[in-house]
Design a protein around this ligand. Structure first.
Ligand code: PLP
Length: 455
């Protein structure tokens, strides 16, 4: 086992961290976790934290669940690996695919498995291009995403992701990717615009983009139901009523990226249900195994599937897949997770405690001079900190207020995430009211602790 005193040093000497500034790591990192139980994780020094982020929006059922652990152990012992290439399959992969199809928000024809949200969204792009190629319209290829979106880190999906900071380092996007304005009323609407007026303006922007590019060149529109990593942004009133008819009219596929929202986070099983949407493709990951095993899922609707099946003589092999597509241990973890979500009535629970989290946060911080906006839906909440509430003036970047609050919260036993100066929470879905109270109280104390410094 690792020498606790040397762990941080050894980390800095051996591990290249994702999404980490080396200066931050060398100055005050890493924070080394060692165990988890329920809503809490414990670091190697024995400090325990309430995990307000469910890891990375994924540990939906909490840590150390024996039913999922057992399912993983049993499957590892019975058949640790077999694949689904070249017409091979496994009993557990079949059972898992069937269980997932039964839980789809709209009728779906097939699922395609991967190991991460990024690889699943890469698959979606290929499915979309394959579909249009089979229909004899290979030029219908461009993909629209929104600024502030997060769709992954691979080359195409990092391009779809609407975070310019992620583009600049690698000269992305590559390929036929277009971005439209994020549905971010607080930051993007013109002064005095209502949410509905803002939604209308986004529809006009989309129509104009399609007219400029030509509908015959645009294949799909990607969207998270509530944007996560790009700032925790829930859509304004009227948004989807404006957008979906435009997509339909121009035969543009709707891909819902439910990597975070799937499996109950918004208080419905799927985000598509929260907003009454009928996506052509759905991407899921994270919560499908509650973070116990890397697994992702692309749901394929009959609209695409019927074309794949109808053209199977001409098309031959679908030349795409990953070694770990439908990994049997992942499938077993997913089956145990899906069962637990049903048996524990997790989605109903989120429908109760999600509004409670928003209510408590508003009661405690709604009038705080440092809080510009509290936003989100279900068990996704973002608190944007500002220098001046009236003008929405942000703190100077160099002050790194978000990071200061994050550290003050960690010092008090609470894990949050700082997206710039927007602090976000997406706790395990099984969080109880008492722990929500604790989360809000500690978070307020963290803000109070940095208040004098940043005023
Ligand atoms: N899509 C969304 C909405 C996400 O939030 C994420 C990751 O946070 C991804 C895709 C990418 O998933 P992964 O990190 O598993 O590749």
């Amino acid at each position: 086992t690792i020498d606790i005193q040397r762990a941080a040093q050894l980390d800095r000497e051996s591990l290249f961290h994702p999404f980490t500034a080396l200066n931050d790591l060398y100055r005050d990192g890493p924070n080394v976790m060692a165990s988890g139980k329920g809503l809490h994780v414990t670091d190697i020094h024995g400090n325990t934290y309430l995990d307000g982020m469910a890891g990375l929006w994924c540990v939906n059922l909490g840590y150390g669940r024996q039913d999922i652990v057992d399912a993983i152990a049993e499957q590892s012992a019975r058949l640790s690996f077999f694949h689904t290439f070249n017409s091979m399959s496994t009993d557990v992969a079949i059972e898992c695919a069937d269980a997932l199809l039964k839980r789809a928000p709209v009728p779906m024809s097939r699922v395609f498995f991967g190991a991460s949200g990024s690889d699943a969204n890469e698959t979606q792009i290929k499915l979309i291009w394959y579909y249009n190629n089979l229909l004899g319209r290979p030029q219908k290829k461009k993909i629209i995403a929104r600024w502030n979106a997060y769709h992954g880190s691979a080359v195409m999906t990092a391009g779809l992701t609407g975070l310019p900071g992620m583009h600049a380092l690698f000269d992305l996007p590559l390929g036929p990717i277009l971005h439209v304005t994020a549905p971010h009323h607080y930051r993007k609407a013109a002064e005095g615009m209502t949410e509905r007026e803002f939604s209308r303006s986004l529809a006009v922007e989309l129509e104009e983009l399609i007219a400029r590019e030509g509908a015959d060149t645009i294949a799909a529109f990607f969207a998270e139901p509530v944007m996560g990593a790009g700032g925790l942004i829930a859509t304004p009133e009227g948004y989807w009523e404006e957008i979906t008819p435009i997509l339909k009219r121009h035969d543009i596929l709707l891909v819902m990226d439910e990597v975070v929202s799937g499996f109950g986070r918004l208080g419905t099983y799927w985000g598509a249900q929260t907003y009454g949407l009928e996506p052509d493709l759905i991407t899921a990951a994270k919560g499908v195994t509650g973070g116990y095993f890397p697994m992702s899922v692309c749901y394929i609707s009959p609209k695409l599937w019927d074309v794949f099946e109808g053209n199977r003589d001409a098309a031959g092999l679908f030349g795409h897949g990953y070694t770990y597509s439908a990994h049997p241990v992942g499938a077993a973890a997913a089956l145990a997770t899906l069962r637990a979500i049903d048996e524990d009535r997790v989605v109903d629970h989120v429908a109760q405690v999600g509004p409670y989290l928003h209510e408590r946060m508003r009661a405690v911080l709604g009038d705080d001079p440092m809080v510009g906006e509290i936003r989100g839906r279900g068990l996704m909440i973002g608190i944007e900190l500002v220098k001046d509430r009236a003008t929405k003036e942000a703190f100077p970047m160099a002050q790194r207020v978000g990071r200061q609050v994050l550290k003050a919260a960690a010092d008090r036993g609470l894990i949050t995430r700082a997206l710039g100066d927007t602090l976000v929470f997406a706790p395990p879905l099984v969080i109880d009211r008492e722990s929500i109270d604790a989360l809000v109280t500690i978070f307020k104390a963290a803000i109070d602790a940095v208040r004098a410094d940043v005023a």
